[in-house]
Ligand binder design. Structure first.
Ligand code: MG
Length: 208
């Protein structure tokens, strides 16, 4: 049973300085957005299935924002009021397909590529949030929300100027530096202290 049931999953690329640099990219002048399909959602403990078509599947630990009320063209104060809570997200990505395709729909859209959970936590100040990634118990990523290029209220406000955000919608706010590969047999954890720990095993899929 998943903790979230979003009508859409809006993701933000290149939102931490060090992550943009590690992949050789510049920081974008406005938030760089893409969508993951809700069919990619899985919950805690469910396997991330590696598609046979990719040789480089990577984890991306992110702070997830769950929208609490319908938001359309709101300012940052309105955006902050419209947030229901926060949840751990793993924006699983085929790094090789992301580079070769140009568009990111395939690289980030496979079934099981959006682990979310274990629960949405309300009543937290976004400025206090920190996200950590571990693979097989070894820490790979750690950053605070205050290190983002565009803040959480700025992101929600910006997105609401493009598409109406509905209650339950999920925004993945970008990953910090330290991204790296996943292999069959790994266990990947995304932790946001005070929110929870999202743990998923990694399995091989069938080639296609
Ligand atoms: Mg990401």
């Amino acid at each position: 049973m998943n903790a979230v049931h979003p009508s859409k999953i809006v993701c933000v690329g290149r939102n931490y300085v060090a992550h943009a640099r590690e992949l050789g990219n510049e920081l974008p002048p406005v938030p760089m957005l893409f969508l993951k399909p809700p069919s990619a959602l899985i919950g805690p403990g469910e396997p991330i299935v590696l598609p046979g078509v990719s040789r480089q599947v990577e984890y991306e630990a992110e702070i997830g924002v769950i929208i609490g009320s319908r938001l359309r063209q709101v300012d940052q104060a309105g955006a902050e009021r419209g947030i229901d809570g926060y949840v751990c997200v793993n924006d699983v990505t085929c790094r090789d397909l992301q580079k070769t395709d140009g568009q990111w729909g395939r690289a980030k859209g496979f079934d099981t590529f959006c682990p979310v959970g274990p629960a949405v936590r309300q009543g937290l100040d976004w400025r206090s949030l920190e996200v950590i990634c571990r693979v097989n118990g070894a820490e790979r990523q750690r950053a605070r929300a205050t290190e983002m290029h565009f803040s959480i209220p700025a992101l929600v406000s910006f997105i609401s100027g493009i598409m109406t955000l509905e209650p339950g919608d999920l925004i993945a706010t970008g990953t910090p530096s330290g991204v790296g590969p996943l292999q069959s047999g790994d266990v990947v954890e995304v932790e946001i202290p005070g929110v929870g720990v999202l743990s998923n095993p990694v399995h091989d899929g069938t080639a296609r």
